[in-house]
Design a protein around this ligand. Structure first.
Ligand code: NAP
Length: 306
């Protein structure tokens, strides 16, 4: 039996692992897709204190290496099911077999929301993308669009403006959710157009690839057409809380886990950390803070149950 199982290897999960390992606990992180979480998709992180500007990929790699060096077990294995045993411990069914743990930190994060446009699925990988960092270089010198008005959309648009001939950022409202500094940087770029109060209503294709967008201005109702080779969607996140819900952990109406600042859920021994937790500020720094808080609280539980 390990003391602490961490589900999810993003910044929250890796910080939890670092703190728990440094506290002398046996801790394993289970990650089914890729360590580092969504931050690895950020071309440039400029708001992580002390590091200046760093690529999200590099930051994720550093977090991984630090947790591993501290003694955490980092496992490329997804968790399929969690059960709470009658003695209050947990049984995790992972892709590599069953694992028992005294406490669980649920840090499974979120996945990208999609616009769900007609024909969208068929065009994924043929012009429709949910990852500018991954797919942007395929559109070198071409005209592309980004949908969304948050930090991710602006970071993506700025990154793409370095690669593509022209970038149009399309946002459904007339004001942006993104940090003003990013909006200001975007406004200064000659090859980046901000298109507020506009929604993407349809996708156009030619030869099996995206060729343009059907747009509508939400204030005037006017329809327009924008020829682009790619549409990068950055319209927010959907929480991956399914396994926690199955354990009886309550979630809010959007599916985020309703744990307080101490990261404890109402299910004894289960903690929620990072973007999965219902909270006002979803940032790298707050994800890491959650990881530390959850780990230290879980370590106390492990002491009581030892
Ligand atoms: P977000 O802040 O939730 O923004 C999502 C954007 O997509 C919003 O502008 C939203 O519009 C729009 N949107 C949502 N559903 C839509 C739909 N169906 N159709 C059209 N537009 C839609 O998501 P995010 O940008 O991915 O950021 C997630 C969190 O990570 C945020 O807290 C962000 O600050 C954080 N983040 C931090 C960093 C960093 O620390 N360096 C980098 C990236 C992201 P409305 O504004 O109208 O709701």
């Amino acid at each position: 039996m390990i003391e602490l199982a961490v589900i999810g290897g993003g910044p929250a999960g890796l910080t939890a692992a670092l703190y728990a390992a440094r506290a002398g606990r046996s801790v394993a992180v289970f990650e089914g897709s890729g360590f580092g979480g969504q931050i690895t998709l950020s071309p440039l992180v400029e708001n992580y204190p002390g590091l200046g500007a760093v690529s999200g990929m590099e930051l994720g790699d550093r977090m991984y290496a630090q947790a591993e060096a501290a003694g955490a077990e980092l496992t490329f294995s997804g968790v399929q099911r969690i059960e709470r045993n009658t003695d209050g411990t947990f049984l995790l069914e992972t892709e590599d077999g069953p694992v028992s743990a005294r406490a669980v930190i649920y840090a499974a994060g979120a996945k990208p929301r999609t616009l769900g446009l007609p024909g969208e699925e068929e065009l994924v990988g043929r012009g429709v993308s949910y990852c500018a960092l991954c797919d942007g270089p395929f559109f070198d010198g071409q005209g592309v669009a980004v949908a969304g008005g948050g930090n991710t959309a602006f970071q993506d648009a700025l990154y793409l403006a370095d690669i593509c001939r022209h970038v149009t950022l399309i946002h459904r409202r007339d004001s942006f959710r993104a940090d003003p500094i990013l909006v200001a940087q975007a406004a200064e770029r000659g090859n980046l157009t901000l298109l507020p109060s506009t929604v993407v209503e349809g996708l156009e294709s030619a030869g099996g690839r995206l060729s343009g967008l059907m747009l509508r201005n939400t204030e005037t109702g006017e329809a327009s057409h924008l020829p682009v080779s790619a549409l990068f969607q950055a319209v927010g996140q959907l929480p991956e809380s399914r396994l926690a819900q199955a354990l009886g952990v309550p979630v809010d109406e959007a599916g985020f886990i309703a744990a307080g600042e101490n990261c404890a859920t109402p299910v004894p021994g289960v903690f929620a950390a990072g973007d999965i937790r219902a909270k006002g500020v979803r940032q790298l720094t707050t994800a890491c803070a959650d990881g530390a808080v959850a780990a230290l609280a879980a370590c106390r539980i492990c002491s009581q149950r030892a």
